[in-house]
Design a protein around this ligand. Structure first.
Ligand code: VGL
Ligand code: ZN
Length: 194
């Protein structure tokens, strides 16, 4: 069965320079190798009339998400900088959802979490999908063990049948095999791993 139709959306998670370019500040090993795979998927999605939606990690210069401000990550994807731009070879053919702009952790494309209060609130992604009549989603991008996992698990929780494109994701792997564990967690949450 073909993967895409007009009720399916491809969600391309955080394929930004800081993750996908070897000189990025939070470079995910082989992150750039997701791009040609994603571009083929984007082309197939467009041909079938499926929506393509991109997420962007979009942080302020100071946020408790960053190690320098009490969090865990090097400074990355600061709004309006080169590191936050989508990787230049990625074909952009759809809406972009930005997350983290008010200092939230924003691992998921669907929700943002205030790192101080733990409170979560929705991004516009779910509404965008509903407006387009989307009934199922396909997910790829960066990074497997953070934003891809959070986005795919939230998509399932919202009731979307969800497919993970394993060939189109790479992991941070702070600990060895975090990526593999994340894939198992997604599978356990009901995500179809392809
Ligand atoms: C991400 C770590 C910190 C991601 C974002 O896009 O997976 N990971 N911020
Ligand atoms: Zn981030």
């Amino acid at each position: 069965m073909p993967r895409y139709d007009t009720q399916t959306a491809l969600i391309v998670v955080d394929v930004q320079n800081d993750f996908a370019d070897p000189s990025g500040t939070l470079y995910v090993k082989d992150g750039e190798r997701t791009v040609p795979v994603l571009n083929r998927e984007i082309d197939a999605a467009q041909t079938a009339g499926a929506a393509v939606i991109y997420t962007q990690d979009w942080h302020p210069p100071d946020t408790p998400h960053f190690a320098k401000d009490g969090g865990v990550w090097p400074v990355h994807c600061v709004r309006e900088t080169w590191g936050a731009e989508l990787q230049r070879e990625l074909v952009v053919a759809g809406s972009v959802v930005r997350k983290g702009s008010n200092g939230e952790d924003g691992y998921s494309g669907f929700t943002m979490r205030d790192p101080e209060t733990g409170e979560t609130k929705p991004t516009e992604l779910h509404r965008l999908l509903q407006e387009r009549g989307v009934e199922q989603v396909v997910v790829g991008g960066l990074a497997t063990d953070y934003c891809v996992k959070a986005t795919a698990v939230d998509a399932r929780a919202l009731g979307y049948p969800t497919t993970l494109l394993v060939a189109a994701v790479r992991a941070v792997d702070l600990q060895p095999r975090d990526g593999e564990r994340a894939i198992e967690e997604m599978r356990a949450a009901g995500v179809t791993v392809e």
